[in-house]
Design a protein. Structure first.
Length: 588
């Protein structure tokens, strides 16, 4: 397939943010795409080469790209840098520069999607001391044969700056329309995606085998499953209202969610956002296979830091000490953990997600042997408010955050947030009722003690429908000197020259960040706001929602991707909930 077709499609897609239009462009593109190339196209649309969990990063620095442009075009580096500064995007700058290309090339080889993809793949795989030269060679050979428009998109993919604003749901809508003629079939694709986390594979199967292939889609060991998520409730009464008169209550531990795939001694670990995290947990890799009584298995657990002397659970931040490249062994002994299993998704070659909670818990206890390191998460079947309160007391005393409540007769719903699992945190009962996980989109330089740091941060929610990050508040309290330094270290490399197009904010920050980091905040209230853009036009026209008196809790949620942050929907629910409480109080 000619790369020009893809570049032209990308060009059209960049010109709109409207979901219906994007879907239509995608359908047209998919219809033109040979079936054996479709998975590659789907990855490229998302600016990737393979699904996230494979951890294939392009890692090309701007400097190198600039040298490659210069080499293939004969245009001096200085001129390219100048244009880049003007445009803020190297891909865009290069297309303008290459229009004025001085160096004529002979024997131009056709650029196909396959060739671009394969070359990018080779670049991603390169390592070692000679890799920079080789990368340069590969890039300039592509640019040599590319038109200015093609070059612009090749560079954007290489540098990770291709942002078409296409959410996974939009890709699935378009696949359903293009290959089954009906958008409603999206649900079937969604299921396949939820159990494979691989949109390229889903695209390939529907293109080649149609819906029948999608319906037969199965869980594959070592391919992560998208996690099931929980809704929140504020009180025991609300939980009983939603769950009926008998359900399971488990401790809600404050650690890191880990999905374990195990066969013999081979163990792979995935984080909540499905990144590979074996490096941080060599102790899990070494010890857990001994506890497994099955040929192969997929499990979910919460890894929690503990006080070895008292056995008490320690807060999530303690795990942060393990997130380092060097001397991880030292961190492992200094910050010991236990692994607390709460679900089983696959066992001895068969999926378990269709089983109900009770059956899964029984299976979990059958196939894992407990010891000092591997535990079942504490669970009790509860029937009334007293029993929930009693178990909540135990949970809080053990050092956990609250309870997870789970319906006994429901299956595991991969990739979805629903009311079959509810979370009830202790602090839900006061003020706003819950903490929010928000995306850091901008920063303001600090004064006084905070000079040289970002003293205040601009935060956003995640808008699932638009795949954007609308601002919700500025936060300047709750920071210790240590956390300010730590945030600076993390945020500084994420500074971008231009505001990312997925950021929706009227407020001007001193610096814009790539929307990647998630932090936890609490607040006293959610108010209507003419400035902030979260849930814009939902409650009132031209008015968004904002947090009143927001405060950073000290938790940097490294395990969450920006798309896992609190959504507009959640903020709207909290806003309505608080109005209801006020209304009920007035009636009293
Ligand atoms: P939140 O991040 O506040 O939405 O809470 C959901 C997270 O709680 C999950 O992603 C898990 O990491 C964690 N968690 C702790 N205990 C449990 C449990 N018993 N069942 C499921 N998730 C749990």
């Amino acid at each position: 397939m000619e790369f020009a077709t893809l570049a032209e499609s990308f060009n059209k897609m960049e010109s709109t943010r409207k979901r219906l239009e994007l879907t239509q462009f995608l359908v047209e593109l998919f219809e033109k795409t040979p079936h054996n190339v479709i998975s590659k196209i789907v990855y490229l649309i998302q600016g990737k080469l393979r699904p996230d969990f494979e951890g294939i990063e392009l890692g090309v620095a701007e400097k190198l790209a600039i040298r490659a442009i210069s080499k293939s075009s004969g245009i001096p580096i200085k001129k390219i840098e100048e244009e880049y500064r003007k445009r803020g995007d190297l891909g865009h700058a290069s297309s303008i520069i290459l229009e004025q290309k001085t160096q004529t090339t002979f024997l131009v080889e056709d650029i196909t999607v396959e060739r671009v993809y394969d070359t990018l793949f080779k670049i991603a795989k390169l390592g070692g001391s000679r890799s920079q030269d080789m990368k340069m060679k590969y890039i300039s050979s592509l640019l040599n044969d590319a038109t200015p428009l093609e070059s612009s998109f090749i560079l954007k993919i290489l540098l990770g700056t291709l942002r078409l604003g296409i959410a996974e749901n939009t890709v699935m809508d378009a696949l359903a329309i293009a290959f089954s003629g009906n958008k409603e079939n999206r649900k079937k694709l969604q299921h396949a995606y939820n159990v494979s986390s691989d949109l390229g594979k889903v695209a390939e199967i529907i293109a080649m085998k149609g819906l029948e292939g999608i319906e037969k889609f199965e869980i594959v060991l070592f391919n992560p499953i998208r996690p099931m998520l929980a809704d929140r409730v504020k009180s025991e009464e609300e939980a009983i209202e939603k769950m009926g008169n008998q359900f399971a209550a488990e401790y809600k531990l404050d650690g890191e969610r880990v999905q374990l795939h195990i066969e013999g001694d081979k163990v792979e670990l995935f984080s909540r956002s499905l990144e590979r995290i074996e490096n941080y947990y060599p102790d899990i890799i070494e010890k857990i296979p001994k506890n497994i009584q099955a040929d192969n298995i997929i499990l979910e657990a919460e890894a929690v830091a503990i006080n070895e002397n008292t056995g008490e659970f320690l807060p999530f931040q303690e795990l942060m000490h393990r997130r380092r490249k060097y001397k991880i062994e030292k961190a492992v002994t200094e910050y010991p953990i236990t692994v607390n299993f709460f679900d089983i998704l696959y066992c001895n070659g068969k999926s378990c997600v269709e089983l109900n909670y009770k059956e899964r818990r029984e299976k979990l206890e059958k196939h894992i042997k407990e010891d000092e390191f591997a535990k079942y998460i504490p669970m009790r079947i509860v029937k009334n408010q007293n029993e929930i309160e009693d178990f909540m007391e135990n949970s809080i005393n053990a050092g956990s955050e609250g309870l997870m409540l789970k319906m006994l007769d429901k299956p595991y719903q991969a990739g979805s947030r629903g009311s079959h699992w509810l979370k009830l945190k202790r602090e839900y009962r006061n003020e706003l009722g819950d903490s929010l996980d928000l995306v850091v989109i901008g920063g303001f330089f600090g004064k006084g003690r905070r000079t040289g740091n970002y003293g205040t941060l601009l935060l956003a929610t995640y808008d699932e429908d638009e795949d954007t990050f609308p601002s919700i508040c500025k936060v300047g309290t709750g920071f210790s000197d240590e956390s300010l330094d730590q945030l600076y270290q993390i945020l500084h490399p994420k500074v971008s020259i231009k505001k990312n197009t997925r950021i929706i904010s009227e407020m001007e920050a001193d610096v814009w960040f790539e929307p990647e980091l998630v932090i936890e905040v609490v607040a006293s209230e959610i108010t209507l706001s003419p400035i902030h853009k979260a849930a814009l036009n939902v409650i009132r026209n031209d008015i968004g929602l904002a947090l009143r008196f927001p405060k950073f809790t000290g938790k940097i949620r490294v395990e969450k991707a920006a798309e896992d942050a609190s959504t507009n929907e959640e903020v709207i629910t909290l806003y309505k909930g608080q109005k209801k409480v006020a209304h009920d109080k007035n009636l009293m």
